[in-house]
Design a protein around this ligand. Structure first.
Ligand code: ATP
Length: 328
């Protein structure tokens, strides 16, 4: 029989994402609703290793649903990647009396959670919180929608200045291994070209496309570049390459950087966080363990870490075709 769950721990790990606070709130409130004690750990796995924690009740999460970032702070923990680090974390959980954990983070966080749950008899549930949207077990991760809206807002502003000065802008967005942000914001903001890690467009095609744009009468252009683009050049080198080969263009670069992680979460991310985290607590109370929750076809679903992490989450290449047609 599954061990009775009387105390649930929660932490946020990896890159921070808007909506993590809404997720923490939902865990704390669901625990309060079901009369379960809730403990928050600071700085992800590192806080579990160091025993850095706080007691959370329904009131300790008031007024955080609208706030970006994470009140529990986030971190990447090298120590947790070692068996000694994970043992310290397990020892602290036992010492504090934590029976199960909700882990809010990205694929790395889930990899750590999977190993931890294989080594120790402490049930864990993963909640996808990352702006990257690169997890197979869910159609959407918490933070992705807000990041997209931040990016298109920024691109719209850059478009204003680009068209006033007839300039070509290369705009780098986040996504080392996944092009979701670049692809969707590129289509949403009407970019002329979108460069993503999943597809090697090639420098020649890029030049051809820009020449075509010019011929069709466009005086300004936006190229959205994912930071992990496989074309083999970073955004500055790309800009230099285009300047060398198309001297008619007045080329500029903007790297959006960490602003993409900040800001008040969108309604979609708040609702997603609320739905997923209530489910995470309920699954633990039902004796479920070592799965991630996600939204698949608008249903909250539990998926094993193996499946959730397996293939990553495929991008919709149809959007590249749409972008090609619409940038005519
Ligand atoms: P994001 O997608 O926003 O970057 P993430 O959760 O993928 O978030 P990572 O830095 O990859 O961020 O992982 C977070 C933490 O998970 C790591 O700092 C580490 O402590 C733990 N972790 C990742 N992979 C492993 C692993 N193979 N074994 C143990 N722990 C791991």
């Amino acid at each position: 029989m599954a061990k009775e769950i009387r105390t649930i721990g929660v932490m946020t790990s990896g890159g921070d994402a808007p909506g993590m606070n809404a997720a923490i709130r939902a865990v704390a409130r669901a625990c309060a609703y079901y009369n379960v004690k809730c403990i928050g750990f600071y700085r992800g796995y590192q806080g579990m290793i160091e025993g850095d924690h706080c007691i959370m009740n329904a009131r300790s999460v008031r007024n955080i649903i609208s706030r970006g970032g994470t009140i529990l702070k986030s971190a990447r923990s090298k120590d947790f990647e070692t068996p000694e680090g994970r043992k310290k974390a397990a020892d602290h959980l036992k010492e504090i009396g934590v029976d199960a954990m909700v882990l809010i983070g990205g694929d790395g966080t889930f990899r750590g959670g999977k190993i931890f749950s294989e080594e120790y008899d402490i049930p864990v549930i993963g909640v996808p919180g990352t702006i990257d949207n690169d997890i197979a077990g869910t159609n959407y991760t918490i933070g992705y929608d807000t990041a997209l809206n931040t990016v298109i807002d920024a691109i719209d502003k850059i478009r204003d200045t680009a068209s006033s000065h007839d300039r070509l802008f290369f705009i780098e967005v986040m996504g080392r291994d996944a092009g979701f942000i670049a692809l969707n914001s590129g289509v949403g903001a009407g970019a002329e070209e979108i460069l993503i890690p999943e597809e090697d467009l090639g420098l020649e095609r890029l030049l051809e496309s820009l020449k075509r744009s010019k011929r069709s009468g466009k005086s300004s252009s936006i190229v959205v570049v994912s930071e992990g683009d496989k074309i083999g050049k970073n955004v500055y080198e790309l800009a230099d390459y285009v300047t060398d080969n198309l001297p008619d263009y007045d080329v500029r670069v903007t790297v959006l950087g960490h602003m993409q992680r900040g800001g008040s979460p969108s309604c979609f991310d708040r609702t997603l966080a609320s739905r997923l985290c209530v489910k995470a607590v309920e699954l633990l109370l039902d004796g479920e363990k070592n799965v991630m929750v996600g939204l698949l076809d608008n249903k909250v679903t539990a998926t094993t870490f193996e499946v959730g992490l397996k293939e990553g989450h495929e991008i919709n290449k149809e959007l590249l075709r749409i972008s090609d047609i619409l940038s005519t």
